[in-house]
Design a protein around this ligand. Sequence first.
Ligand code: SAM
Ligand code: DTB
Ligand code: SF4
Length: 367
Amino acid sequence: MKVNTKYNTKESLLELYNKPLLELVFEAATVHREFHNPRELQMSSLLSIKTGGCPEDCGYCPQAARYHTDVEAHKLMSVESVLEQAKNAKANGSSRLCMGAAWREVRDNKDFDSVVEMVQGVNDLDMEVCCTLGMLNEDQAKRLKNAGLFAYNHNLDSSKEFYKDVISTREYENRLDTIENARKAGISVCSGGIIGMGEAIEDRVGLLISYMEMENPPESIPINALVAVEGTPLEDQKPIEQWEMIRMVATTRVAFPESVVRLSAGRTKMSMEAQALCFMGGASSIFAGDKLLTTPNPDFNADKEMFDILGLIPKESFQDGEKPVTHPDEKIIARKKKEAQRAEELAMAKAKPKNGDFEPRKVSVTN
Ligand code: SAM
Ligand code: DTB
Ligand code: SF4
C-alpha cells in the first residue's frame, strides 16, 4: 500500500495531524510495524560535494550566494576525496551517502562527469548513493542511473501555495518536472519538506497532498526542521516545537505506509526522547555525522549512545530496493580517450625536433 486511501484528502490528513498526540503516534507505530522493521534505523551520511555560491533564492538556505552567511564557497570536491569520505562514512556505520551540490541545475560539463564518477565509485562500495544536485533533465537522470545512482533527492519543501513565499527563482512545477525525470529514468525518488518556516499546518499537509497526487509517491520522504541560519531571510524564525516534528513524521508515516520517512535536519534541537517518539512514529532513518551539508548535526558518539539506549540496529544498504548496476559511462570513456590522445600528441611533439632546429651530427671518435 503506497498511499493510505483512508487519508487522501486535505481534511482527513488535517484531522490525522491534529489527533491527540499519543493516538497519532500509536496509529503511526501500528502502520510502521506492518511495513517496516521497527528496530532498524538507517544511518545516512551527507556530503556537500560543492558548497555555496548558489544563484537561487531559497529563503532557508545558507548556500545561496545572495545571503551573507558564514558559508564559504568551494568548488567541486575531487572524486578521490569523495571516495575517501564515503569509505569513512561506511566504516562508521552509514549504508547510504547523499551527495549535495549547491547548484540550481545540473549542466553537461566536466563537473557533471566527475559526479558520474563519484556515483560509480560509491555504488561500487555497496552503499546506496543518493544525489541532490538541483534541477535535472531526463538524459542527465539516465546517465546517473546508468552510473549506479540509487536515489535522487529533490524536495518540494512545502505546499504549492506556501512555496512561493520562500523561493521565487524557481517554480513548484520545475521541481515536479525534475522528480518526474528521475522517476522516468528508473531512479528511486527522495523528496520531502521543511517545517518551521512560518507555514500553516495546512501547508504541511499540503506538501503530503502533492505527493499523494503523484502516480508514484516518493520511496523516501525526508522531514526537516528549519535550521535558521544567520544571514538568511528566515534567520529569525522561532524553532518549532518538537511535538510538531513528531506529528509531521507520524502523519507522513500513516499517509505513505511503504515509504522510508527520514528524520533529517533539526535533530540538534531535539531531545533523545523526542527523537524516540519520531522513531516510534515511523521515522526509520537519520543523517549521521557531525555535519549536515553546512550546519551542525548531533555527533557520532551521541547517536551511538542513542542506538544503544533505544535498542536500535543500523539498517543495511539495499533493504528497500535492489543495488543498481554500475555501467561504464560513454561520455567519460570518450573524454578520457581524447585526453589520452592529446597527451600522446603533445609528448610526440616535444620529442620531435622542430623544423629548422639544428641537430648536431653525431661523430664517433676512434683512436
Ligand atoms: N541545490 C539542490 C536543491 O536545492 O535541490 C540541492 C541542495 S539543497 C541544500 C537540499 C535541501 O536541503 C533543500 O531542498 C532543503 O529542503 C534542505 N535545506 C536547505 N537548507 C536548509 C535549512 N536551513 N534547514 C532545513 N533544511 C534545509
Ligand atoms: C534533505 O531533505 N535534508 C538534507 C538532504 N535532504 C540533502 C539537507 C539538509 C540541509 C540542512 C542545511 C545545511 O546543512 O546546509
Ligand atoms: Fe541553491 Fe539548493 Fe540552497 Fe536553493 S536549496 S539556494 S537551490 S543550494
